[in-house]
Write a new protein. Structure first.
Length: 84
């Protein structure tokens, strides 16, 4: 579904100390860290912005923190940008 979308993740959850420790001691790039580990990021749900707040409320009602971590933009191909 992301064939012609750019996924921008610019509001990720803070990286838990365990992943910071792994990265620091292994000298693994953050790009590789996010490929191999979830870095505390959890699960992603892609949906129209107008539904996001309701899904966040439902998640929190089960004790699972949730937030909007980014957005999708039109693109000529698959693209991913992660900034934190």
């Amino acid at each position: 579904f992301v064939d012609n979308l750019k996924v921008v993740k610019d509001n990720l959850f803070p990286v838990p100390p365990l992943f910071e420790l792994i990265q620091e001691h292994s000298k693994t790039s953050w790009k590789e860290m996010y490929k191999v580990f979830n870095c505390g990021h959890r699960m992603e749900v892609y949906l129209p912005p107008e539904h996001a707040e309701k899904v966040i409320q439902i998640s929190k009602s089960f004790g699972v923190d949730a937030r909007i971590v980014g957005r999708c933009e039109a693109s000529t191909g698959k693209k991913l940008t992660i900034s934190s």
